[in-house]
Design a protein around this ligand. Structure first.
Ligand code: ADP
Length: 482
């Protein structure tokens, strides 16, 4: 019994057998008792009728013969045996024994029904007859003591009637047979019904089992039909939800894995260029250029430049991996963004001056407190200003501006650079994405600056917005909470 279906069918079958057999037994016992009681009642009535018949008329030898005829007819018609017994137990008349043989019958005084009738007026007994060896039911009645014996039988004390139980038994067998037949039919119906119910219950479980097997094998594209609102239906819905979740988790994981591999490829590629150049200059120097006064200094300087680039790249890489792994914790405090902006702009004055550029802060001359990590924000806004200077030409001015809006401060950095084509705008915050690779390298870019900016701004619950116009300039802005 391994399957749920067999278990359910077997349980239904067992319960039905118990109920049907209990009911069947009770029913047939009840019917049997009813039949028997009715028969007994009839026989009692019969003794009363016989007593009445015997008491009719004046009596005498002539009448006795008539009465016997009448009794013989009654016995024959109702398939009954009638016996008249006197007080000593002697049989006076018996419908199934000729008068001439009456004297051969044994004394009936000790028959149980006679004994009872002597004590209580009536008596009955069921037994196998010694005379005809059949099951018989006997009912005896004592002649009414007040009324006295009839004139035709002055010594009469007991009227006894008996019937063979064979007929009753036959009826009982028939009834039992019908009950058993009905029980078998009901059982067959129960088995069929329980099969149907079991299948309806077990099918969804089998489906769920198959589905779990599929999930185990990695197939998450299947869906279970939810056919009901019961526990099984809810389980199916839950499994569907779970596979959906699993599917999107796996997709997310795959995407992350792809990004990681791509990043690793990019990093290797980015590292290779400066290392390659560095090696090249060093090799040339070793191969003799070190003694060539006209080039040796220039080569060493170039090697140093590439080492510097490598350093910048690694610094940015370490930074971005610290941010992305969540290792870098922000510490939010209120600080005066006005003086902070002025300080930051002046930090870049020298770098800008080298390119004959200017960086100015357009801020209100009062304290404005905002919530944020000022060191991280310095790094972010610094990267934006750095880009503005890098990508702008001589004579350009970069403006750092603070504007107050409701509950917030908007910080923007606008340059007079070449601008960025609209199709590149959504991608410039991706790691290693550059509009012009050669130009970026030339100005010492790593391709990671804006990715770091985006992370820091988002960690402040804000969003970096960029607008740009080709030939006019680019503006980066974001908001800070006051
Ligand atoms: P990079 O180190 O190359 O500057 P960033 O992540 O800082 O990397 O910037 C990504 C790219 O966006 C740059 O390569 C450049 O093409 C473009 N970019 C960034 N800032 C500016 C700007 N102010 N003006 C024009 N282009 C810019």
């Amino acid at each position: 019994m391994t399957s749920v279906r067999t278990k359910i069918t077997f349980t239904y079958f067992l319960i039905s057998v118990l109920i049907i057999s209990t009911l069947g037994i009770l029913f047939s016992l009840e019917i049997e008792r009813y039949y028997f009681d009715r028969l007994l009642g009839n026989l009692h009535t019969e003794t009363k009728v016989l007593s009445a018949i015997l008491h009719e008329g004046n009596g005498g030898a002539v009448q006795r013969g008539e009465k016997e005829k009448e009794m013989n007819a009654i016995a024959l018609a109702s398939m009954m045996r009638i016996t008249l017994v006197d007080s000593s137990g002697t049989v006076l008349y018996d419908s199934s024994v000729p008068d001439s043989l009456l004297h051969t019958l044994e004394n009936h005084g000790q028959r149980p029904e006679i004994v009872d009738a002597r004590k209580a007026g009536t008596g009955s007994n069921e037994r196998t007859s010694r005379t005809i060896s059949h099951d018989l039911l006997y009912v005896a009645r004592q002649i009414d003591l007040v009324e006295g014996p009839p004139a035709v039988y002055p010594n009469l004390q007991f009227i006894r009637v008996s019937v063979e139980l064979t007929d009753v038994n036959k009826i009982m067998y028939e009834i039992r047979f019908k009950i058993v037949l009905a029980a078998i039919v009901v059982l067959i119906l129960v088995i069929i019904a329980s099969q149907v119910i079991a299948r309806r219950l077990s099918n969804p479980i089998v489906e769920i089992g198959d589905m779990v097997k599929e999930i185990k094998a990695g197939n998450l594209d299947q869906k279970l039909p939810v056919r009901s609102q019961d526990e099984i239906g809810r389980l199916a819905a839950l499994i569907n939800e779970m596979t959906d979740r699993l599917k999107s988790d796996i997709e997310q994981m795959k995407k992350l894995e792809r990004v990681r591999t791509e990043f690793l490829g990019n990093v290797s590629h980015e590292l290779r260029t400066p290392i390659f150049s560095l090696k090249g200059f060093l090799e040339t120097l070793i191969d003799g250029a070190i003694d060539d006064k006209s080039v040796n200094r220039a080569f060493v300087e170039k090697a140093y430049h590439h080492a510097n680039r490598l350093d910048g790249l690694l610094t940015d890489l370490i930074e971005i991996s610290r941010i992305e792994s969540g290792e870098m914790k922000m510490s939010f405090r209120y600080f005066d963004v006005s003086s902070w902006s002025k300080q930051l702009t002046s930090d870049f004055a020298d770098i800008a001056a080298k390119k004959k550029q200017k960086v100015v802060a357009e801020v209100l001359d009062r304290e404005i407190l905002v919530l944020g990590d000022k060191d991280r924000l310095k790094q972010a806004v610094g990267n934006i200003i750095d880009n503005a200077i890098k990508y702008s030409s001589e004579g350009a001015t970069t403006v750092v501006r603070l504007e107050e809006t409701e509950g917030k401060i908007s910080l923007s950095v606008a340059d007079m650079g070449p601008g960025i084509e609209p199709e590149h705008l959504p991608r410039i915050f991706e790691r290693f994405y550059r509009v012009d690779k050669a130009r970026s390298r030339e100005v010492g870019g790593t391709g990671l600056g804006l990715a770091i900016v985006k992370h820091i701004v988002e960690a402040h619950g804000s969003k970096i917005v960029v607008t740009s116009e080709i030939g006019k300039g680019t503006s980066f802005s974001f908001e800070l909470k006051k």
